[in-house]
Design a protein around this ligand. Structure first.
Ligand code: RP5
Length: 162
């Protein structure tokens, strides 16, 4: 097994159903990854140890999924200079507006690239696209994914030329 390049961290087991869609797309794109459940609030010391160790082992992109007072992505971004993608989880105030703002509104100097509420697949794609900068075969797999997606739209029976 190649060493993971992407670490997916979620704040709670209750985030898993969404986060597994992110892991599934990374698997489909053949991107080595690992998944952990580490709450920024309930286990800050573990988060500290994990981020340092993961970067040491070769992880190059972190995807952080959290809801409510979603400090996980910001907390990870504070601990590493590798890219961090925030995946805010729906369900809190305003359907997840709390998590969206907590994740996206980082102070200057510590960025978190935030995807839409619960948009686990975009988090996976963005991580893959970052890694594809220096991985030509991965870039080709992403292009193929895009082509399939385009073909699916074009092939919809409602779009048939008459
Ligand atoms: C966040 O609080 C988690 O990421 C989760 O989305 C939310 C609720 O967590 P649980 O109370 O279900 O553990 O930290």
């Amino acid at each position: 097994m190649p060493a993971p390049l992407v670490a997916i961290i979620c704040g709670s087991r209750s985030d898993l159903e969404t986060v597994e869609k992110c892991a599934a797309l990374l698997t489909e794109l053949d991107v080595p990854h690992e998944l952990r459940i580490i709450s920024a609030h309930r286990a800050p010391a573990l988060l500290d140890r994990y981020v340092a160790a993961a970067a040491e082992r070769g992880v190059r992109v972190f995807i952080c999924a959290a809801g409510l007072a979603a400090h996980l992505a910001g907390g990870v971004a504070a601990r590493t200079a590798w890219p961090v993608i925030g995946l805010p989880m729906p369900g809190g105030v305003g359907g997840g507006l709390d998590a969206l703002l907590s994740t996206v509104q980082m102070p200057p100097g510590v960025p978190v690239a935030t995807v839409g509420l619960g948009n686990a697949r975009n988090a996976a794609l963005l991580a893959a696209q970052i890694l594809a900068i220096s991985d030509a075969p991965l870039a080709e797999r992403i292009q193929a994914f895009r082509a399939d997606q385009t073909h699916a739209v074009e092939a919809d029976p409602l779009n048939e030329e008459r």
